[in-house]
Write a protein that binds this ligand. Structure first.
Ligand code: DC
Length: 227
């Protein structure tokens, strides 16, 4: 009997800093093609939340890695479930973002989450959103993007999003936190935030989200044709 080769699942990698619009674009692309969607930032946020709940410190690497081993996560239509409980509200706060950004530089934690993330590439396809999707997690992605925007614009978008969700936030604080997180994400040794060599870079500062989605969909169509 001849061995059947596993059909390659198309993956679109969508990297970039928070507030760049990549989450909205990723979900739109996933919906357009009827593909799965991986919000990898949410995994780091859930892990930070779990560590907080279990009093595992940010420098307790074996403790954090142990938490990655039984992550019972499910992406829902609206949010993300941890052990069956919707934790969306808990992981979207600035405190949760901060915890995620402190544990995500740890190479052992990143390594331990690799396989889980790669398993999300299931037919008919996957749009994966994060920082290192194109460079580390899915280097063979059919199409790679790096979506960015100025820190001021990203703070403004985050502000609107959080206010809509009922959070009482100040734009100056958001801007400061964004700048601090950018610095941490870009300077870390493990998977620093930077475009994969073969990524299409899109600066969305002066673009509407619909324009970004159109540009990305057109590019994905092109990638799929030549893949
Ligand atoms: O995209 P986000 O704001 O939900 O990400 C939360 C944190 O997790 C952020 O500090 C960057 C980090 N992250 C990461 O290191 N690697 C990813 N693939 C996704 C997010």
């Amino acid at each position: 009997m001849t061995e059947q080769s596993t059909p390659r699942v198309p993956v679109v990698a969508m990297d970039g800093p928070g507030g760049s619009g990549k989450g909205t674009v990723s979900t739109a692309v996933a919906r357009h093609f009827g593909w799965h969607y991986l919000d990898s930032g949410a995994i780091y946020r859930v892990l930070g939340h779990l560590a907080h709940m279990n009093q595992v410190r940010e420098d307790d690497v074996p403790g954090l890695v142990a938490l990655t081993h039984d992550l019972d996560i499910e992406f829902l239509e609206q949010g993300i479930a941890l052990a069956g409980q919707n934790v969306e509200g808990l992981i979207r706060t600035e405190g949760a973002a901060d915890r995620a950004s402190r544990i995500s530089p740890i190479p052992e934690v990143r390594h331990s989450l690799l396989e889980w993330q790669r398993k999300q590439a299931r037919p008919p396809g996957l749009v994966s959103d994060g920082r290192d999707m194109g460079s580390v997690v899915f280097p063979d992605a059919v199409c790679k993007f790096f979506i960015t925007a100025s820190p001021e614009k990203r703070a403004e978008r985050r502000y609107k999003q959080l206010r809509e969700k009922g959070f009482d936030v100040k734009i100056e604080n958001l801007l400061r936190e964004i700048a601090e997180r950018d610095e941490r994400d870009a300077m870390r040794k493990a998977s620093p935030l930077k475009p994969a060599e073969d990524a299409t870079v899109i600066d969305t500062t002066d673009m509407s989200i619909n324009d970004v989605i159109s540009v990305v969909l057109e590019e994905v169509g092109r990638c799929l044709k030549i893949s």
